[in-house]
Ligand binder design. Structure first.
Ligand code: ZN
Ligand code: MN
Length: 488
């Protein structure tokens, strides 16, 4: 394997990058935004369609309450200002996957204004300011068949609800963009409003980017890269585009305002079309939909029902529960693991043991089954029984892992599994002492080393006892016994 050194075009450069993002998050409502067609990925092309989402003349849209509620959860979680009034507008453009010839979106009265998303970048707390969050409908999808001179249009996705989150030009590197997006994705997962499956396009990102001399305050002409759907591509596209713009300026040329496409095969961005100006879209209020209004009470209800978000959770795990940064981060980044962890420590508040068992053993079981922790179907109470058994010395931590597998395959109580497998730790001191003395007599060399002060040899001897007892001894106790015997 060749370790690729990440090239950073801004290192030792006279320029700085100014990056803003537009993130589209597909909501996981049961039906589409303005009709009752099913909102589902992967159906046969053009089967989830009706006169409304096909844009037939005279068919009238009606707004999906679930989508508005989900959006408000996201809007409030991101700290946006919510007015008491929000409306939909038509954004007019022509494209084969847009049957109405316009997209219903929101222009000047979006659901949320302002806001901020906090996250950690290299261990430091960072934040990106948001401009707005609005709700709109998605377009269909054009599919191209390799080797055939035709394209197909699938309108299953047309009219599905899409949340658009727009940031201020507040980001200055590919790494920062990546950290922000990963955290934003996590927030949406915690809120339960989207599956954020990037391969299926549930989270897509447009990147606006310009460069300027380091320290300048003005904004220069920017290019936009459309529809990036992997963190890796976003970071690579940004690196490429920053280098390209620096090269242009160094040659005395200008950056053109345009929409560009990232080609992962060639790792480059290419010009797609001149960038539309806002007035090209001829936004006007959607006459077929009434504005949406909320009361303060409705908003308060939603706000008070929000779950604890990733950054707050991370801080609780480290400062209140005493976890190290690294395991706390691993738990928080795996939403299912974090939920499972919280349920377990309600029952058994030994946070470090529980975290350790989830991150090492349970995640390994989940990974080997290519699934998440929640799909293992394990009750937090049974899992905690195992951790308790190990902590209490009923079974060694080494053998505890052998107990976990059968636990996932049956509902038997943990103690029963331990005794059926004959894995109880040796609790009888005289039996253990016998084993220790046997090992000491068989290994006079290491015994001499220990007497001469070589600590490593103790570990070797403990290892031998563990081997003799097939892992059923308590290694801490064995080490203690060896110390006692050899110092006597
Ligand atoms: Zn429909
Ligand atoms: Mn949009």
């Amino acid at each position: 394997m060749c370790a690729e050194k990440k090239f950073d075009p801004l290192e030792n450069s006279a320029y700085e990058a100014v990056v803003g993002l537009e993130v589209h998050v597909q909501l996981n409502t049961s039906t589409k935004m303005f009709c009752r067609c099913e909102n589902r990925f992967g159906a046969e092309p053009n089967t989830n369609v009706c006169p409304v989402c096909l844009g037939w003349p005279g068919a009238l849209p009606y707004a999906n309450r679930e989508a508005i509620e989900q959006s408000l959860r996201a809007v409030l979680a991101c700290g946006c200002e919510v007015g008491e009034f929000s409306k939909f507008d038509r954004k007019n453009y022509y494209y084969p996957d847009l049957p109405k010839g316009y997209q219903i979106s929101q222009y000047d009265q979006p659901l949320g204004l302002g806001g901020q998303v906090d996250f950690f970048l290299d261990g430091e707390k960072a934040g990106v300011q948001l401009t707005r969050i609005h709700l709109e409908e998605d377009a269909g999808k054009n599919t191209h068949v390799a080797g055939r001179p035709v394209s197909f249009v699938d309108l299953n996705r047309a009219g599905t609800p899409l949340l658009e989150i727009v940031t201020e030009p507040d980001i200055s590197s590919a790494a920062e963009a990546g950290a922000f997006l990963r955290n934003l994705r996590l927030i949406m997962l915690y809120l339960g409003v989207s599956d954020c499956n990037m391969e299926e396009g549930s989270l897509r990102c447009d990147v606006n980017i310009s460069i300027r001399p380091k320290g300048a305050q003005h904004l220069e002409t920017r290019a936009e890269i459309k529809n990036l759907n992997s963190f890796n591509f976003i970071e690579k596209a940004l690196h490429y585009e920053i280098s390209r713009q620096i090269d242009l300026k160094e040659r005395g040329e200008e950056v053109v305002q345009e929409t560009r496409l990232y080609d992962p095969e060639r790792d480059e961005t290419r010009s797609m079309r001149g960038k539309e100006a806002e007035h090209d879209y001829r936004y006007f209020p959607e006459p077929d939909l009434t504005p949406v209004t909320f009361t303060r009470e409705q908003l308060e209800d939603i706000r008070s029902g929000l779950p604890e978000l990733p950054v707050a959770r991370l801080q609780r795990y480290t400062s209140e529960l005493g976890l190290e940064d690294y395991p706390a981060g691993l738990l928080v980044r795996d939403h299912e693991a974090a939920i499972f962890f919280d349920a377990c420590i309600e029952l058994y508040p030994k946070a470090r043991s529980v975290a350790n068992w989830i991150l090492n053993s349970l995640k390994e079981e989940a990974n080997s089954r290519k699934t998440g922790i929640s799909s293992l179907g394990l009750e937090p109470g049974r899992f905690v029984d195992l951790v308790k058994a190990v902590d209490a010395g009923v079974v060694s931590s080494q053998k505890g892992r052998d107990v976990l597998k059968p636990m996932l395959e049956s509902d038997k109580p943990v103690v029963e599994i331990i005794s059926e497998l004959g894995l109880e730790q040796i609790s009888d001191d005289s039996e253990l002492r016998e084993q220790v003395e046997k090992v000491l007599s068989e290994h006079p060399g290491p015994v001499e080393d220990v007497r001469a002060g070589k600590k490593n040899s103790v570990n070797f001897l403990v290892g031998q006892v563990m081997k003799e007892t097939r892992g059923k001894a308590n290694p801490g106790k064995v080490a203690e016994m060896i110390g006692e015997i050899l110092s006597a």
